[in-house]
Design a protein around this ligand. Sequence first.
Ligand code: FES
Length: 177
Amino acid sequence: MTEVSKEIKYRRDVGVDPNEISRRKVLGFIGWGTFWATIAATLAGTGRYMFPEVTYEESPIFKAGSPKEYLPGVSTKYLASQRVWIINDGGIIYALIAICTHLGCTPDWLPNENKFKCNCHGSGYYISGVNYEGPAPRAMERAKIYVDETGELVVDKSKKFLYEDGGWENPESFVKV
Ligand code: FES
């Protein structure tokens, strides 16, 4: 006769509910289950702390070659890789960030119409980046641009200039050619 069978017999003999044993066992299992679940959750939390999720973003700064490379007009050379147009317009070069100020699509440069056009909802921008049609609420932004000690253009997208607050007059927002 096993220990449990003996216990059941004993309980029957003394008039106590023998099912009380299995209930206690079940409660015991639940107790241990909760204990181990807590340990597992704690270890998982510690693991996340020791190995945090890290995202490696590209640098917002890139070199864009000599200013002499940029003839008057819009260069799409860095559109795919940096989402920036380098524009030589009226004696200055600026880096226009190719993000529509409506909902963030990338407008197209239409050289024959001398404008940027966003196909998402129809916003239009002059070559300067100023909006003039469609739902875009303001001009596109320009990035910091300068010539480094080697004579190369450098664009820094982490520093942006807004037309609306006079940022395009800041000498860091363009390079004279
Ligand atoms: S995202 Fe460009 S017009 Fe809407």
